[in-house]
Design a protein around this ligand. Structure first.
Ligand code: TMP
Ligand code: ASP
Length: 254
């Protein structure tokens, strides 16, 4: 399957949608007559290290759309709202239109990746409590780490927003730890983004998929996320598919 168009028999009205933005893994379209909503199309492309490394696999967008939707539904069921409205076609998702806060909010339960490197410690160390970190979303600066004071003084977000972001990120972490544990996966860390609706509501936005989480198989320790691509471990598509398969098998999800 190639990057199939968003227009499917179930969504004929999207034939005339306009592209608002194209990111590394998604396209965002406006929806005629629905000014407060957008349509996200999940692409098959896969990038790492600020798009210095590029790849793709067939149906990646379809798999990630399904994973993201199941996770958003579980979060909603546990009282954490997001921009998710409904799935459209095989790789589309209707969502609330939000203005993205330019912060990548990372939560770590187990030390890995950039923070393991920065601290000069081994990956795999369980942290005393979840660690929340903020990175300034600016490709040309390579998304640098920013402190709470830097966020406020450089007016990336207000102090109260920062408090809300931390609280929401930790709530999301609690729900996701449980969810993944129930399907035999350890949630090592993840990145989320938030946005505000025109009415001012702060919502979880973007996506939660194996692209932006570290997921380790509880039994074997195998990596089931984008590190397979970043680190050339192979089998990226099988592991993404396996995450979806387990989420679907778990049931209890709408
Ligand atoms: P890091 O260890 O490279 O800082 O990544 C922490 C988590 O955030 C990991 O689950 C991958 C995710 N992440 C993104 O989704 N996008 C990014 O641009 C980066 C750097 C990390
Ligand atoms: N998501 C970033 C990129 O697409 C970095 C990463 O995940 O490694 O380049």
């Amino acid at each position: 399957m190639t990057n199939s168009p968003i227009n499917t028999p179930s969504s004929p009205s999207f034939a005339s949608t306009h592209l608002i933005y194209e990111g590394k893994a998604k396209k965002i379209f406006e929806i005629p007559g629905e000014p407060h909503h957008v349509l996200m199309e999940f692409k098959d492309s896969l990038t790492a290290f600020n798009a210095q490394k590029k790849g793709s696999f067939e149906s990646k967008g379809v798999i990630n759309r399904d994973i993201a939707a199941l996770i958003f539904k579980e979060l909603a069921a546990q009282g954490v709202p997001s921009h998710f409205i409904e799935n459209i076609g095989e790789r589309g998702m209707k969502a609330q239109k939000v203005e993205i806060i330019p912060l990548e909010v990372v939560v770590r339960n187990i030390l890995a990746g950039s923070t393991a490197k920065k601290m000069g410690r081994e990956e795999g160390e369980k942290l005393a409590r979840p660690l929340v970190e903020f990175y300034y979303k600016k490709d040309e600066l390579n998304d640098p780490f920013v402190s709470d004071d830097q966020i406020i003084i450089f007016q990336i977000a207000e102090a109260q927003t920062l408090v809300d972001l931390k609280r929401l990120a930790l709530e999301i972490n609690t729900v996701l730890i449980q969810l993944f544990q129930s399907i035999g996966i350890e949630l090592v860390d993840f990145k989320v983004e938030f946005g505000r609706t025109q009415a001012g509501e702060l919502l979880l936005a973007d996506e939660i998929t194996p692209d932006c989480c570290r997921l380790w198989d509880l039994k074997t320790g195998e990596k089931m996320d984008k590190d397979r691509f970043r680190r050339d471990l192979g089998g990226v598509d099988q592991y993404y598919q396996e995450v979806l398969k387990r989420l679907l098998k778990r049931g209890g999800l709408a």
